[in-house]
Design a protein around this ligand. Structure first.
Ligand SMILES: [Cu+2]
Ligand SMILES: [Zn+2]
Length: 174
């Protein structure tokens, strides 16, 4: 019996040691979005899937309308949120989901926020990862942030999508 227990313990240790690095990396992340006045207007959870990072975004307090939504390349949200840098672009690409030379890893489809401002939406980004150490990781040295703009993204204009000012921002954290 004692031999069996020892064997079982050894087997479980081996199983732990055999885990690939990815399994020990972040599987989920989150962000709290605030407007320029510092009021919370939304939150997001980010989940690693085999297909990419699934972003579930819930808004309550962003003005209705069609608004650009991106992952930006610096994890710092100080109004007017230029602190968040440009679109997350580890591949050195041009902007735009419709651009032939595109797109930035941080480019995402526009949000359509209804009257009243309450919206929950899920969007998959196949160009980024939560796995640390990779060039397209949302946990790189500068961090990343989710940003919502005053205008809509035209999916073409480099480097901003002509999306106007930044009205909400949330740093991506574990
Ligand atoms: Cu943006
Ligand atoms: Zn872009």
């Amino acid at each position: 019996m004692k031999v069996l227990c020892t064997l079982a313990a050894a087997a479980s240790l081996l199983a732990l040691a055999g885990l690939p690095a990815a399994a020990q990396s972040a599987k989920a992340a989150k962000a709290t979005l605030k407007n320029a006045e510092g009021k919370q207007v939304g939150s997001a959870t980010l989940s690693q899937t085999p297909a990419g990072v699934l972003i579930r975004l819930t808004l309550d307090g962003v003005p209705p309308g069609e608004r650009a939504f991106h992952i930006h390349g610096v994890g710092k949200c100080e109004p007017p949120f230029t602190s968040a840098g440009g679109h997350f672009n580890p591949g050195g690409k041009k902007h735009g989901l419709m651009a032939a030379e595109g797109h930035h890893a941080g480019d995402l489809p526009n949000l359509h926020i209804p009257a009243g401002g309450a919206l929950t939406v899920e969007v998959l980004n196949a160009a980024v990862t939560l796995e640390k150490g990779k060039a397209n990781s949302l946990f790189g040295p500068e961090g990343t942030a989710l940003v919502i703009h005053a205008g809509k993204d035209d999916y073409r204009s480099d480097p901003t999508g002509d999306a106007g000012g930044r009205i909400a921002c949330g740093v991506v954290v574990e």
